[in-house]
Structure formats: C-alpha cells, structure tokens
Design a protein around this ligand. Structure first.
Ligand code: PLP
Length: 380
C-alpha cells in the first residue's frame, strides 16, 4: 500500500464483528479471560489495547519500522526511550532540540546519572570529538525546533554506527510524509503526535517506532512498566487525524513556502528561517533527504524584541499559542513560551534570540494569512 492508502486503511477495516469502517474505541481498562490463564489477546489496557494497537501499527507502517508504540504525550515517549539507558551513560543531543526535551535531559535525567553533551549536529568532526567511552546515544531533531536547522541524517548515522551508538530522531516537524529516517538507518523514531500526526490541536500524544525485535521488546517492557501509554479515546483521535495527514502536509507546505517567500521580501523582516528557501544553510541537505520542507517558518523582525511583541499583539488569524501542526495557524515567541525552559544564556548561545518568532502555518486560504501578516507587520 502507498502512504496515502496506508494512512486510511488501518487495523481491521471493516472490523470483524459488525463491519464498522472506522476503528472501534475499546474504552475499557480490562479484558475478560476466556479461561484460566487464557486471554483473547488482551488482558489490561496499560499493557495493550486494541484501539492503541491499531494506531501503533499505523504509525509503524507509515515510518517503515518494525513496531510502534503510542504514549500519553511526546514527552512520555521521550521519557520512555531515554530509560533504555542507565546511570553512567552519555548522550549527545542536538543543542536546538525542543525546549521540553532539553529540560527532560538537563533538569531531570542528569539527577539519575545520565550525562549529556548538547551540540549543533551539522559538524561531523564536532560530533566525533564529543564521543566518550560511555557514549551510547545520538539524539537528533531535524528540522529542529524553533531554528529549523537541518541535520544530515546519513552522516550522523554513519558516525553512530562506527561507534556503536543508538540513533534516535524526533520526527515531529517533518512527519513520515516528508521524512522517513528509518530509510537512512536511524534506530528509533519518536513523535509528539500532538502536532501534525493528529493535526487538529485537540489531543496530546506521543509515539515511538522501533527497527529491531530487541528494541521492540525493550520499549514494550518500559511502556508497560512505566505506564506511559495513551488512552484509547486519544489514540482514536490521533488515528482519525492521521487519515488526512498527506493532504494536510501538502497544504501546510504550500502555504509555508508562500509565507516564507513573502516574509523574505518584506522590508520589516530581518531574516526568515525555512528549509525550503535557497537562502537556508540546510536547504541542499533538506532537498536530498526530505520529500518536502514542512509547515514551520521562523523569523526575526528588524527593531528587536519590542517590535516582535507588537507584532504578536497585532496578528489576528494566527493564534498566539504554544504548540504547532494543527489545521489553524499559530504563532509563538520561543524565548517566553516554548523555549522558556532553556536558560537565557543557553538560548543566546545557540541562536534563539528574544526577537525570534515561530509560525505554524495552517491550511487556511493563503491570501488571508498573507493579509494578516501584512497588517501586523505594517501597522504603526
Ligand atoms: C511538542 C514537541 C515535543 C513534546 O511533545 P508533547 O506532546 O508536548 O509532550 C517533542 N518534540 C517536539 C519537536 C515537539 O514539537
């Protein structure tokens, strides 16, 4: 099955009992045994649930992996994956990862004896120099949040393989529609399904896709042991969202390209970050490894942080809100919102300035979006 078909034809379709064409919601905590010691395949919903299973198989298929797992949030997925490691292990992570990922690593997991190095993942030599005898994992995010930096995945995987490291990639921004990291040799894919996979800003969720039986067994064990899984109803919502992922992503990207071009030509704009622009330093790599550039655009305005704040107060169709990837456009200010959990010195060091604005371009009519940006940029 091709991607668009696999996104829709999920689970048993139609279902075996009544022929429902939509996956049923098994909103149950527990399952009756057929006989002593004999289940019908499920015993307790933390361990496994049929609605969750349908979502998990769907995401695994879209990513081209071995097995999928659905979690309560993207952070629950990441927390579970990082528990594949043990005290004393060292992880090399991108420095411009999602703010919550940085917080989990730096402010939580270091108390459990994990060690982290954060660096820009575009320089092979720097990654190799950061490897220690106890390094076990490379953590990648491309395009990154909010700077939209691009990592050459094949290069990173090549370094990881030479040093026997697990590679994990956060594929939230690109989605498997635009980027299939497993084809480049990545070991584990994580998602915040809250964003594009669900796509409607009405659920929080996460996912992990594995590539080997060993990783599948370990992630299943941790999910059950830690209880980080997603509820059946929320799984059903994500499944429903995924059915339209291909059409949504196409439209997100079309609108984002138009917005990026408009902003790049606007005199009030200092710089635009969008991997689809030829001015973007990662453009060539993005073109090679992705099928599209996604729907996220970041920018800096001339005139500093105060100008940025005024812009955020004036913009109307774009809601001033955290999160991204929904059908409706959102705008946010990383320094005070999504990346406030990073210390200011660290933000400054990696290039998240106080004037940086991040736009999640929705699938509304593009003329309305451009008109809204224009009025917010040009009001005095
Ligand atoms: C939002 C986000 C997360 C965290 O996911 P939640 O569902 O909010 O817990 C992780 N990575 C990226 C890239 C994100 O955008």
């Amino acid at each position: 099955m091709k991607f668009e078909t696999a996104a829709i034809h999920t689970g048993d379709r139609p279902d075996r009992t009544y022929g429902a064409v939509t996956a049923p919601i098994y909103q149950t905590s527990t399952f009756a045994f057929e006989d002593v010691g004999k289940t019908r395949g499920y015993d307790y919903s933390r361990t496994a649930n049929p609605t969750r299973k349908t979502l998990e198989e769907t995401i695994a298929r879209l990513e081209g992996g071995k097995a999928g797992f659905a979690f309560a949030t993207g952070m629950a997925a990441e927390t579970t994956v990082i528990h594949l490691l043990k005290a004393g292990d060292h992880i090399i992570s991108g420095d411009d990862v999602y703010g919550g990922t940085y917080r989990l690593f730096q402010n939580v997991m270091t108390s459990f004896g994990l060690e982290f190095t954060f660096l820009r993942m575009n320089d092979r030599k720097k990654i190799e120099e950061a490897i220690r005898p106890n390094t076990r994992m490379l953590w990648l995010e491309t395009p990154s949040n909010p700077l939209l930096n691009i990592t050459d995945i094949e290069m990173a995987v090549d370094v990881a393989r030479k040093h026997n490291l697990l590679t994990v990639i956060d594929n939230t921004f690109a989605t498997p529609y635009f980027l299939r990291p497993i084809e480049y040799g990545v070991d584990l894919v994580v998602h915040s399904t809250t964003k594009y996979l669900n796509g409607h800003c009405d659920v929080v969720g996460g996912a992990v896709v594995t590539t080997t039986d060993d990783l599948t067994e370990k992630v299943q064990f941790l999910l059950n042991a830690m209880g980080t899984c997603q509820s059946p109803f929320d799984c059903w919502l994500v499944l429903r969202g995924i059915q339209t992922l291909p059409v949504r992503m196409k439209q997100h990207q079309k609108n984002a390209m138009a917005v990026a071009n408009y902003l790049e030509g606007h005199p009030a704009v200092e710089r635009v970050l969008y991997p689809g622009l030829t001015s973007h330093p990662g453009h060539e790599i993005a073109r090679r490894q992705m099928k599209g550039f996604g729907g996220m655009v970041s920018m800096e305005l001339k005139g500093g942080a105060e100008t940025a704040k005024n812009f955020l107060r004036r913009i109307e169709i774009f809601a001033l809100a955290e999160s991204l990837g929904g059908v409706g456009s959102l705008v946010e200010h990383p320094a005070t919102m999504s990346h406030a959990s990073m210390p200011k010195e660290f933000r400054d060091k990696i290039g998240i300035s106080d004037e940086l604005i991040r736009l999640s371009i929705g699938i509304e009519n593009i003329d309305d979006l451009i008109d809204d940006l224009k009025q917010a940029l040009e009001a005095d």
